[in-house]
Design a protein. Structure first.
Length: 154
């Protein structure tokens, strides 16, 4: 066997057609690939898909005063249940406050919600079915009116 014949046989076996394979035939007409059904991801349900029973119930707001980091899980559970949460950190240690805020920020993001600091050591976390309007201008006018009243001595 010459080098050329050896090379042709090697190339034919590895990457091409082998001359000895001529006798092997397949009946491709009777063969069908079975295709596994594809599962598609379900889209996240928006607030517009709430049932009428859920829309008729009054909205329940939760107030939490965390003492340990474990309380962050309860806050996340409330958000998953689409309940707004007021978090009061006034009596919480600073390192626990930071950890809880970090955790709850992630949970709020996961439910397409919103987190806002509404006062010193007080946060408001709302799911996507709740919108928050601070009415900043109205609040500022009200606060300035009170300041003026107190300056007058009344």
């Amino acid at each position: 066997m010459g080098v050329k014949n050896f090379w042709n046989k090697l190339v034919g076996t590895v990457g091409g057609v082998n001359e000895d394979d001529d006798e092997f035939e397949t009946d491709e007409a009777g063969y069908e690939d079975e295709v596994a059904p594809r599962q598609t991801a379900q889209p996240y349900r928006s607030s517009s898909s709430l049932s009428s029973a859920q829309q008729d119930k009054p909205l329940k707001m939760m107030i939490v005063e965390p003492e340990t980091f474990d309380d962050a899980q309860n806050i996340a559970d409330y958000l998953r249940e689409r309940k707004p949460v007021v978090i009061n950190f006034e009596a919480t240690e600073p390192d626990i406050t930071k950890r809880v805020v970090d955790f709850v920020s992630g949970a709020t993001y996961a439910v397409d919600g919103n987190i806002q600091k509404v006062g010193k050591d007080i946060f408001l976390c709302v799911p996507s079915n709740v919108s928050v309007d601070r009415g900043k201008h109205e609040y500022d006018d009200f606060a300035s009116a009170l300041t003026w009243k107190n300056q007058d001595g009344q």
